[in-house]
Design a protein around this ligand. Structure first.
Ligand SMILES: *Cc1c(COP(=O)(O)O)cnc(C)c1O
Length: 383
């Protein structure tokens, strides 16, 4: 949080060290209008294409007060300047677009959101960029691939195997190699991991997921370390037009207010379900970074303030996995993730995730009562 934008900013005369607000407090208070008697506590959805001349905002593709409020909150949480987009993919595409024509993007071959990999494939095939695919958890291989690249793309924890990249080593390596680094922080959220503090140049989110948290909006955001670094993104957004709807930005910020409590509860639930699934002989494997047996456990413990709300587990066959999904009564079979409701999906049915075990089920753990979730899973596994 910098300068005038700081929430709960200390009095200018404060001489003793000031404790910065906890991220949960930032999530609640950032992006509010100044406290004026009689004014609304929240910036309302400003549904406007056109603004009267002479003010700060002229036209709805340039800027919008409801975006600003959402951007200020996300920027304060990540420690940078946020730029809102129509979707997470629009934010991903905007960062890829900063790479000069024909230059190299080092990015996960398998361990990234499938849409991100499909976009890389498309850009690569059309000669726009060169995609250098890597195993993002293999630090030495990634560092080696950085030579001469323009951008390193990191996603951690990864989807759907919850693998963990060595964020510090990769970001340090990128800085040494003079390569810009971007982190898709969708799974961790700024409450668990703040890559800008570790030297990333961009953080992106599908704010569709945990940040908004209610499965009712598609929106994205990219964050840069400074306002200056955000300018090219803002100019490109104005020119290309992948802008967020004002109502969507309002809804996303409304959801973001409760991120702290949602994340804590969902994460506790995920840890408990992972522990029980891991001890269950009907389950072939469990992938959750909070389990000490998880190969990324130590990295996650070093880089994250918690192990997150996503887990996956494997049953023997695709049919068995489908049967589990069909038998569930509380947990919803659905794609997407990060909502208050627990959702489940067999990932290998998608071409982009054909490399994972056929019986792998990804679970986005929500905030329901954990015993209800376990009873549901247990009954479905019994079938
Ligand atoms: C969903 C998702 C995206 C894409 O976001 P949309 O809002 O669906 O466009 C990107 N990265 C990750 C990790 C995601 O889960």
């Amino acid at each position: 949080m910098a300068g005038d934008d700081a929430v709960c900013s200390p009095p200018a005369s404060a001489s003793q060290a000031v404790t910065p607000p906890h991220p949960h407090t930032i999530a609640v208070h950032a992006g509010r209008p100044p406290h004026e008697p009689g004014e609304a506590l929240s910036v309302p959805p400003v549904l406007a294409s056109t603004f009267v001349s002479g003010g700060e905002i002229n036209y709805g593709r340039d800027d919008n007060p409801s975006w600003r409020a959402f951007e200020e909150a996300v920027g304060d949480l990540e420690g940078g300047t946020a730029v809102a987009y129509a979707s997470g993919m629009a934010a991903v595409a905007a960062v890829f677009d900063t790479v000069p024509v024909g230059e190299r993007i080092v990015a996960p071959q398998k361990d990234a959101y499938s849409g991100t990999r499909e976009l890389l494939r498309d850009l690569h095939d059309r000669g726009r960029i060169v995609w250098v695919p890597v195993d993002i958890a293999d630090t030495a291989a990634v560092l080696e691939a950085l030579e001469g690249a323009a951008l390193l793309w990191i996603e951690t924890p990864t989807n759907p195997l919850l693998r963990i990249a060595d964020l510090t080593a990769l970001l340090d390596g990128a800085r040494r190699a003079g390569v810009a680094a971007a982190v898709d922080n969708t799974f961790a959220t700024p409450l668990l991991q703040r890559p800008l503090e570790r030297g990333a140049d961009y953080v992106v989110h599908s704010a569709t997921k945990l940040l908004s948290g209610h499965s009712d909006v598609v929106i994205g955001v990219a964050v840069t370390p400074s306002r200056e670094a955000a300018e090219p993104l803002i100019e490109a957004r104005t020119l290309r037009g992948p802008v967020a709807g004002a109502l969507d930005a309002f809804l996303a910020l409304r959801g973001l207010r409760t991120l702290g409590v949602r994340l804590e509860r969902a994460q506790d639930n995920a840890a408990e379900l992972a522990r029980r699934l891991d001890a269950d002989e009907r389950v072939a494997a469990v992938h959750y970074p909070g389990l000490t047996s998880h190969p990324g456990h130590e990295r996650a413990a070093a880089h994250m303030d918690g192990f997150g709300t996503m887990l996956s587990f494997e049953v023997e066959t695709a049919d068995a996995a489908d049967a589990v999904c069909e038998a569930l009564q509380v947990i919803v079979p659905a794609t997407s993730l990060g909502g208050v409701e627990t959702t489940i999906e067999r990932r290998a049915k998608y071409a982009g995730d054909a490399h994972v075990a056929p019986g792998l089920l990804r679970v986005s753990v929500g905030i329901e009562n954990v015993e209800d979730l376990w009873r549901d899973l247990d009954a479905a596994l019994r079938r």
